[in-house]
Write a protein that binds this ligand. Structure first.
Ligand code: AMP
Length: 199
């Protein structure tokens, strides 16, 4: 696929260990060097600010999409290439989806999970067909991936959907996977037989 921009979901906190910040900066730098615009939540805090600053420092384009409420809390990054202020979280998610060719989650909390799982949910319903990756840092996402495997084993999630996402720690491998991505067929997922299989 012709990949031009990557949406980064990540913590509005920087996490407990310097490694999280290091990997966030490495991702921002790498995306910029690849000529890929960074789309993100527009904050100047935590891993979000670190990704944005690193991409900007490497000469990259950074588009922040932030709801008014967060601008009022003064957490908006004023140095990004473009800051889009939207009315609420729903608008923000839709706008980030439209602007992005792929999605990556760095470590984060509820906000990061919410955003990433919404993309995965849209995709399995056939509403989106863009690659989704969990860029792990020192096994942070291993328990979540185990949970997904359990969802498959217990027949709550189809293996095709589970296998349609990328999980790993190597940024180059992730970008290569995104560029080569061919979406799984949502109509296979939605046909009656598959639905019965999950019952
Ligand atoms: P969390 O993982 O709970 O820290 O939430 C991070 C995600 O939620 C980011 O990808 C943002 O899109 C959004 N978010 C949460 N807090 C903020 C904030 N203070 N400023 C901007 N975006 C935020």
């Amino acid at each position: 696929m012709d990949l031009r921009s990557v949406c980064v979901y990540c913590g509005s906190n920087a996490g407990s260990r310097p490694l999280y910040a290091e990997r966030a900066a490495a991702l921002g730098t790498r995306l910029a060097r690849e000529g890929l615009a960074v789309v993100y939540g527009g904050g100047n805090v935590g891993l979000m600010g670190i990704v944005a600053d690193a991409a900007l420092a490497a000469g990259g384009k950074v588009i922040g999409v932030i709801p008014e409420q967060l601008v009022n809390w003064e957490v908006a990054h004023r140095g990004v290439t473009r800051l889009e202020i939207v009315a609420n979280m729903h608008e923000r998610k839709a706008r980030m989806f439209d602007l992005s060719g792929a999605f990556v989650a760095l470590p984060g909390g509820f906000g990061t999970m919410d955003e990433m799982f919404e993309m995965l949910t849209w995709r399995q319903l056939g509403l989106g067909d863009k690659p989704c990756a969990f860029l792990d840092v020192d096994g942070f996402y291993a328990p979540l991936v185990s949970m997904m495997d359990r969802m498959v084993a217990e027949r709550f999630l189809h293996a095709e959907q589970r296998n349609d996402l990328w999980h790993g720690e190597d940024i180059d491998a992730m970008i290569g996977w995104m560029r080569a991505y061919v979406p799984a067929q949502a109509d296979k997922w939605l046909d009656g037989k598959r639905r019965r299989e999950l019952r």
